[in-house]
Design a protein around this ligand. Sequence first.
Ligand code: ZN
Length: 275
Amino acid sequence: MVGVNPTIPSFILHSNIFAMNPPLRVLVWGEFRHEKTNPKVGALYPDGMHEAIAAGLRGSDDVSVATTTLDEPEHGLTDDVLGNTDVLIWWGHKAHADVKDAIAKKVQQRVLEGMGLVVLHSAHVAKPFLLLMGTSCALKWRESSDKERLWNVNPSHPIAAGIGDYFELPREEMYGEPFGIPTPDELIFISWFTGGEVFRSGATWQRGHGKVFYFRPGHETYPTYYDENVLKVIANAVRWARPSLQIADVCVNAKPLEPLPEDPEADSRSEVGHI
Ligand code: ZN
């Protein structure tokens, strides 16, 4: 008889399908180096860029927000912390190389298992994002007097909720195409800069069971993370990236569902598993 199995399969680590919208657990990860060495950045973000980003998310009952930084033990990303994070936000720039490969790999693994990841600005070449994309993620750039106009090219997408046809940032670093990313699953924003360049500045990918969103604005010498539209997009993105299911992303040696005929070669089967 075919029926509905009421138990949760053992390979599912956690499922929100069976819970009534518990608060989304967001962790904002900041490199937190420019703020300590560049007086202009320190004045703009005295508590760190990660705290400005977190402040934009706080105040809603549906989200709990924590922050951590590169110089914390294990970069603040212990197994326990990662295991209790639904969506991770990542900002890094000058110290990508200081992120331990093993930690970057753990972040990649958690995304494959279902954790959401929001990657900001110069984190386009952060180790976890490179692992998840598998491409160079290289781009053109210029620090000058450009204005950025972000066109909303997917207005029905939840990440674009509350955003008009476009919004502008009066000063930002220019990022230009070609951007060395895999073709996005969805494109949400395209930026235009005063110098004439364009850029895919809001894009999504599914990786394993996790959702990834890249969002371009956020150069450290500008007050971008106080901009109402930028904070709205990030707030939308973390909710969009909420895991619906978290599954161990491993090979499984499966028992047959039905009895099998006798296996005449049983003794010669390889005992080497799939790693
Ligand atoms: Zn920058």
